[in-house]
Ligand binder design. Structure first.
Ligand code: BGC
Length: 384
């Protein structure tokens, strides 16, 4: 998961940088101890604030961004906030105090960083919003992310394919339903959650209107479907509650829209504990996902989870590094979308990447052939 290109001159700078930080490194929570050294003068310090290490995608993102920036000659302070908002605020404050020249931030609560971003702006520090849009602040200079609405469309599409309403090529399938489904959304303080849900609902609505899909609990609003902090346990509990409240009299649920693999695994556990499955072939409902986390890719390979969405974190990290390097050189990074992401104060120029639906039969072409995972990792359900 590493960029292979290594420019010689940059390599020399990096070697110096590594020598200066050896022993400490710029690891999570280490504070990196790398300011003020000769290396910082070479490329400058960049602060990278990530939300949590409980989900493997953010670990991969953090590592890829740090590696890429170091290869480009910068010193990196990478911090994880344990999904705690005050911790993330403090970490960003400290990055500014340590002399960061630029910040790359994947927020926990997108509305909670306006003060930090104001301090950054006062010092001329550029801010790149990473994956999640920081809201309610004029001081967000750029946004690198995926086409989040389309991710939602893909999640709903995979549900329709799993139920047999659509074929994987998008043509109409044979199944006509009606099918009972339930809907899960992400954390409401994450701007992405709304984009995913909107994309999914716009795709499912025609089938809900026709009665092909029935949300039997009646819980169709994002507020009802939301999962605070994208928590697996919270999702498991809500699924257990839905099974008790809505499906205890013999009705069966046949599909569940899930916006994230951790949530999917909570849902699957609740379903299996209630006697469904354990596999799709044995009656487990179709459950969707996102992030192609290794534990879920194994479940897909084993016929338990139906699908996930692959967002190549290597590409997002590369894009963040490219955009950061542009700002550091006094230039403006190239955007490919200047309309979609209004953060409540302004439309933030964005670079959007594309995602893919992962089914059992394309795990190899999407994830193994691209070097994202090895076959052994998929079999084991564990990376590394
Ligand atoms: C990201 C998703 C991730 C979710 C939970 C969202 O902001 O875009 O990729 O599944 O957060 O970590």
């Amino acid at each position: 998961m590493r960029t292979k290109i290594f420019v010689a001159a940059v390599g020399a700078v990096m070697a110096l940088g590594l020598a200066a930080c050896s022993g400490g490194g710029a690891g999570a929570g280490s504070g990196s101890g790398s300011t003020g050294g000769s290396s910082a003068a070479a490329g400058g310090l960049i602060g990278v604030a990530m939300p949590t290490q409980t989900s493997e995608r953010w670990i991969n993102d953090g590592k890829a961004v740090k590696d890429g920036l170091e290869k480009a000659g910068y010193t990196v302070d990478l911090e994880y906030a344990g999904d705690d908002i005050p911790t993330q605020q403090q970490q960003i404050d400290q990055m500014i105090t340590k002399g960061a020249k630029l910040l790359i931030v994947a927020s926990i609560d997108g509305t909670a960083l306006a003060n930090q971003l104001q301090s950054a702006a006062d010092k001329g520090i550029k801010v790149i919003s990473y994956d999640r849009l920081i809201r309610d602040s004029a001081n967000v200079d750029f946004y690198v992310t995926f086409d989040n609405y389309k991710v939602g469309v893909q999640q709903a599409t995979s549900l329709l394919v799993g139920l047999g309403i659509l074929n994987a090529d998008g043509s109409a399938g044979k199944a006509t339903g009606p099918f009972n489904i339930e809907l899960f959304a992400g954390s409401l303080d994450d701007n992405n959650a709304k984009f995913f849900f909107d994309g999914a609902i716009d795709t499912l609505k025609p089938y809900m209107d026709k009665g092909t899909l029935v949300v039997k609990s009646g819980q169709t609003s994002i507020e009802q479907a939301a999962t605070l902090r994208w928590s697996q346990e919270t999702a498991q509990k809500r699924m257990e509650d839905l099974l008790t409240s809505t499906y205890s009299k013999g009705d069966k649920v046949q599909g569940v829209l899930s916006p994230f693999d951790g949530i999917s695994r909570g849902i699957i556990t609740a379903l299996q504990n209630a006697g469904y499955g354990p596999t799709i072939a044995q009656g487990l409902p179709i459950v969707t996902g996102q992030d192609a986390e290794i534990a879920s890719v194994k479940l897909i390979n084993d016929g338990v989870q139906f699908a996930t969405i692959f967002k190549d974190t290597r590409k997002l990290a590369d894009q963040a590094v490219t955009s950061a390097s542009a700002f550091m050189a006094g230039k403006t990074p190239e955007a490919n979308d200047t309309k979609s992401y209004n953060n409540g104060v302004k439309v933030v120029p964005s670079f959007l990447l594309q995602s893919d639906i992962v089914y059992k039969d394309n795990i190899k072409s999407l994830l193994i052939d691209s070097g994202y995972y090895t076959e052994a990792e998929v079999k084991a359900g564990q990376a590394g």
